[in-house]
Design a protein around this ligand. Sequence first.
Ligand SMILES: [Zn+2]
Length: 120
Amino acid sequence: MASDRSWVGRNRYNEAKYLTEEYKSGVDNFIKFAIYNLQEEDNGLIRCPCKECKNKYYKNPSAVKVDLYRHGIMQWYTRWDCHGEKDMSRDEVGTSSVNTNYRDDDMNRALIKTTIKKPI
Ligand SMILES: [Zn+2]
C-alpha cells in the first residue's frame, strides 16, 4: 500500500469534486517519506513537488501538503529522487536479478525489505 504511487498520475478529484481518499493518503505517505529522508541542512524544509513549485522551492511539510491539495502533484513524479529516493533498479537489484530468481533469494529479500519499495 505505502509503495503504491499510482495516485500520483490520477485525477485527484472524485466526481463530486472532492479530493479522493486515495490522493489524500498518498500525500500523507509522501510527506512522511520526505520527512524521513530529511537532511540536517534542509532545516526541516522539503522540496514541494506540486505543479506550481515543481521541486524548485522548499517549504515546510504542512505547507507542501496544502500545495499538493490545492495544485496537485506533478503527475510524472513517481520516483521521488528529489526526496532522497535511490534508483534501486540500477544500484542493488540490477546485477543479481539477471540470472537468479530473486524472489526466492533470502539475501535479496532482506535487501528489498530494508530499502524503499519501488512503485508497482
Ligand atoms: Zn508547491
